[in-house]
Structures are given as C-alpha cells and as structure tokens.
Design a protein around this ligand. Structure first.
Ligand code: NAD
Length: 480
C-alpha cells in the first residue's frame, strides 16, 4: 500500500491547495511507495509569508536561544533515525546498514555544529579616523532562504542549510527533489516536536517548477542550491540580486603518483567510485595514474573491485544498492558506450546487472585507458564507475586534472610531503585530499567549488548565513 504524504507548510501538515501529485517509485523494488502532493503557487506564497514572519521574530532571539532550538531539534531527531534511514533507503536506494543509518545519524551533527558555532560568532570593533566615532559590525540573519537540494543525500544536504540557517535566525524553505522527498518529510516531525516557530522551516516537495517559483520569489532573500551545474547556471540567471550558496557538480580526480602507496590507493579509489553507487558530488570520477605505476595500480583496483557487493540495499551484506533513477542509469550507459567507442577497455562490469527487481542495479565498472576527450573523463558520470587515465609525469597529471571545469574535491596519493604540496598548490579544486579518497567528508569541513570552474561557491560556514551590518556612533566631543 502506497503512503499518502503531506507537505510540511508553515508548521502544518497539509495536502496543500495544488491539484498535482507525484507518484514515488522505489528504485529498490519498483513499487509505488508513496503519493506526494505538489505545492501550488499559493502554497509557495504562504510558506514564504510564514517564513518572513518567523524570521522577523527569530532575529531578536539571542544566540543562546537559537542554539537551544538546534539542540532540541537534534534530540527530537534521535528516536526517528532508524525509520528515516529506512525510508531513505527505500526511496533513494543506498544500503541501509552500510550507509543510510550513518548518514541520518550524521544529520544531527549539523544542529550540534550550528549550536556551537553560533555562540562564537562575533562582530568587530573597527578603528576610525575620528576621535568621536565608534564603529561596530554585527552578524544579522539574511532572512528567508530557499534551499533547493538533490536526491543523492536527501536528508543531510537540506540540514546543511537548516542547521546554520536557524542558528543564525533565518527561516529556511526546503525543496527536496521529486525522487526523494519522503525521508525529509519524516524528519520534519522533529521540527514540530522541537517547537520550531511556525514557518521557520517548511518542506515543499516538487520538481523544477516549484524550485523556480522559490528562486524568482520576491519574498525569498537567499538561495542555497545543491545540485547539477546545469541547473545551477539556470538559477543564477533567474534569481536576481539574492544571496546564494551554490554547491554544484564535481568530477574530482584522484591522482596516483609514481611513489604512491598503491595498496592503499587502489581500494580507496574503488571505494570512492562505489560508495552511494558513485552518486556523490566528490566521488572518484576519474583516476589519473602515472605511467610507471599504471599496470600495478590497475591490477590492484581490479582486485579491490571484488569487495563491491551489489544487492538488495536492506541486506546487511550489501555495500552497493541500485542507482536512484533512470536518467542517471542512462547517463552511465551513454558514458560507457562513448568510452568503448573511443577505444577504452572495460575491465570490470560495464552495464546494468540482471536478475534484480528494477533495471537500476548497475555492475561496478572499471574502464582503463580512458581518452581525455571521452564523456567519462570530461563530465560527471554519477555512477559506480572507475575511469582510469594515464599521465606521463606530474605536470601532465595536473594539466589533465585542471582541464576539467568540475574540480570540486581532488585526491592525490604520494609518500612525499613536498610533492603533496606541489599538487595542492596547482590543482584547481575546492578541496585537495592527500592519501585518502575523494569521498573523504566531515560535517564541519569547509566545502565548495573552485573559482574559475562550474562547481559553484560557498564554503558552508555559518557566517554565510549572516548579513554583515556596520553600526557607526558619533559619541560627541571627547576633547580634553
Ligand atoms: P539537479 O540539478 O537535477 O536538481 C537539484 C535540485 O534542483 C532539485 O531539487 C531539482 O528539483 C531542482 N531544480 C531543477 N530544475 C530547477 C530549476 N529550473 N529551478 C530551480 N530548481 C530546480 O541535480 P540532481 O540530479 O538532483 O543532483 C545531482 C547533482 O548534484 C550532481 O551534479 C552532484 O554533483 C550535485 N551535488 C553537488 C554537491 C555539492 O556539495 N557540490 C552535493 C551533492 C550533489
């Protein structure tokens, strides 16, 4: 029996006033698992008006009151974790035991971090040229945020906006994508239980049109977008003068240098390609291997591929579930066909796995001798594939890495400290990880794109949810 869901709008659970619904189909079993109401423009207007009212109230709360609110939300999420994780696996496809539980447990961390950070958020006293002036800065809330989020981390990514947003006195309207709204709607019960002011958080499920209504809405002050570079570019063109955090696509290379610990590098590269079935912005989308160690690295990577256990994501032994949706699977098909056509060699996998309830289960795939011009190398594949490219030397490896416009998070394997810094100084990406997977992640890690690429901006620090205000006093003459 499919569940009939309600949206969380201005503190109420409602079907909204729209006539449209979305049928949520599980990638795990192909079943219709829920019917989701889509908000009308009237619902969007209501959410924005309520968000404004809540933000106008919360801007006067002390930092300690807002920190307490975050801690109450974290406490209210705690008992819901197993059920939210179950729903997330059902609608998204990631393994329940290996990934989904930890993923939802991590969600609370955004509220703990925000509760700590906001108490240390200070302004400045600025020296002035006049004896009679005193100048201060304050960190004010921005106001009403719309957070437009993707389906690969359906809960944690929205909370990267809601946690610091609320802590600094903002309201946040979250728009999860059509593919994965349910787990976040379940989590919204915790907002209710924790006494979040009505309208301070709304969850409006829907696709691009709902996103556009928010992006172009006069009552929305700021956009938090996490998603593809293509959508991000549209949003930038449409949003006008709004504050923004834009977290976009990645094609993070892993570079394996001639002195790398190959026994460590190969399994970590494989892990970075199969974790969440490769549907991660900082997945190991390409490995650039120095010629001298190419053959040995490839042999070790093929061996490490044996650790991937594709299967039912509710099975405790599974560490890779199905892809989330057909467009992602079709993109994988197209990228692999393109690489084959250009002479690359498929060493492991290479297509959809048979014998599963849906066509979204994809074999873990390794492709060697991938030409730089191929789609596997140029674009983000967002699937369980490890494309291997060759470089003659370090300079060529960096040049290949930097010719991509999607340098989000790169990894370098080397035993030499000076070489690690040589690469970090040259790779154009928001983060460079040395001797670990591109999928390395901490909740408090500054994270974001690199200038001059299509990866976006915004480091996810709490300051970005605030507006810097300067206050100047004339205190009268102080002569004598
Ligand atoms: P997407 O761009 O298709 O969708 C993202 C969100 O934008 C969804 O909520 C979608 O409904 C909405 N949207 C679509 N069209 C819109 C429009 N015209 N106006 C407003 N909103 C619109 O991305 P996706 O397929 O959901 O997610 C995968 C992408 O997200 C990948 O490229 C991945 O790298 C990226 N991503 C980036 C990060 C990061 O931190 N940089 C993290 C996770 C995912």
């Amino acid at each position: 029996m499919a569940e009939t869901l309600k949206m969380y709008l201005a503190g109420e659970w409602t079907e909204g006033t729209g006539q449209e619904h979305h049928e949520l189909i599980s990638p795990v079993n192909g079943e219709h698992i829920a019917t989701v109401p889509l908000p009308s423009d009237t619902d969007v207007d209501r959410a924005v008006a309520a968000a404004r009212e809540a933000a106008d109230e919360m801007r006067h709360w002390s930092a300690f009151e807002r920190a307490d609110l975050c801690l109450r939300i974290a406490a209210a999420i705690e008992p819901l974790v197993p059920e939210i994780a179950r729903i997330q696996t059902l609608e998204q496809g990631k393994p329940y035991h290996e990934e989904s539980l930890a993923d939802i447990e991590e969600a609370n961390q955004y509220f703990y971090n925000a509760a700590e950070d906001v108490k240390r958020l200070t302004g400045e006293v600025i020296p002035t040229s006049s004896r009679s002036k005193r100048m201060f800065t304050f960190r004010r809330p921005v106001g009403v945020w719309a957070a437009i989020t993707p389906w690969n981390f359906p809960v944690t990514i929205p909370l990267e906006y809601v946690g610091p947003g609320l802590a600094t006195g903002n309201s946040v309207i979250v728009k999860p994508p059509e593919f994965t709204p349910w787990a976040l709607l379940k989590l919204a019960e915790a907002f209710d239980a924790a006494g979040v002011p009505k309208g301070a958080v709304s969850v409006l499920p829907g696709g691009g049109p709902v996103g556009e209504s928010l992006v172009t809405h006069d009552g929305v002050d700021a956009i938090g977008f996490t998603g593809s570079s293509a959508t991000g570019k549209r949003i930038i063109a449409e949003m006008g003068v709004k504050r923004s955090i834009m977290e976009m696509s990645g094609n993070g290379p892993t570079i394996v240098t001639a002195d790398a610990d190959l026994e460590a590098a190969a399994p970590l590269a494989v892990y970075g390609a199969y974790y969440n079935a490769g549907q991660v912005c900082c997945a190991t989308e390409r490995v650039i291997v120095l010629d001298e160690v190419h053959d040995e690295f490839v042999a070790l990577a093929v061996e490490a591929a044996g650790d991937v256990r594709l299967g039912d994501p509710f099975d405790a032994t599974t560490n890779m579930g199905p892809l989330n949706n057909e467009p992602t699977a079709s993109k994988m098909d197209a990228h692999i066909a393109d690489a084959r056509g250009r002479g690359a060699e498929v060493l492991v996998g290479g297509g959809r796995a048979s014998g599963y309830p849906t066509d979204l289960y994809y074999d873990f795939t390794i492709v060697d001798n991938v030409p730089e011009q191929s789609a596997l190398s140029q674009d983000e594949s967002f699937g369980p594939v490890l494309p291997i490219l060759r470089a003659a030397d370090d300079a060529e490896a960096v040049a290949i890495a930097n010719r991509s416009r999607l340098g989000l998070q790169a990894a370098v394997f080397t035993r030499e400290l000076s070489k690690a810094f040589w690469y970090a100084d040259r790779i154009r990406s928001g983060t460079v990880v040395v001797n670990d997977s591109t999928d390395f992640w901490e909740t408090f890690q500054p994270f974001g794109g690199a200038a001059g690429t299509d990866t976006g901006w915004g480091r996810g620090r709490i300051e970005e949810f605030t507006d810097l205000q300067t206050v100047v006093f004339d205190i009268g003459s102080q002569d004598g």
